[in-house]
Design a protein around this ligand. Structure first.
Ligand SMILES: [Fe+2]
Length: 135
């Protein structure tokens, strides 16, 4: 079974964003898989970079609409995004320097953060985004 499954409980009711969240979950599952099989650091670095890049693209997508339509929770939402990116970048740096033994703790952090962020902060924008015609 996958480490984290996308289910309706993770839907923000906006198709384009649900699709991006699914992809993100796929990346986290792939990362978990590699860590479980103790792949080498080079592979892990590539995966982390891929995850960071995709997440950044996804966050930019959400933030673009938040700014465009003056979403009131934009500042706090952006802070959450920035925290996640800095955390992934930090792990990436440590792996590059050979400083970190990748553990369940890191994969759990990714999983829990994304799940809590979608179910907590992301779901709050559903009505606002729909009202502004985002699909
Ligand atoms: Fe978000």
């Amino acid at each position: 079974m996958a480490f984290l499954n996308w289910t309706e409980s993770l839907s923000v009711k906006i198709n384009s964003i649900d699709e991006q969240h699914k992809k993100l979950i796929e990346l986290i599952n792939g990362f978990y898989e590699q860590v479980s099989h103790r792949t080498n650091d080079e592979n892990i670095s590539i995966l982390l970079k891929g995850m960071k890049d995709y997440t950044q693209m996804h966050f930019d997508y959400e933030e673009k609409y938040m700014k465009q339509f003056n979403y009131p929770d934009y500042p706090s939402h952006k802070k959450e995004h920035d925290f996640f990116i800095s955390k992934v970048a930090e792990v990436e740096e440590k792996v590059k320097k050979g400083k970190v033994v990748l553990s369940f703790e890191i994969t759990s952090f990714l999983k829990d953060w994304i799940k809590n962020h979608i179910q907590g902060s992301d779901k709050k924008y559903t009505a606002f985004f729909i009202k502004n015609g985002i699909k």
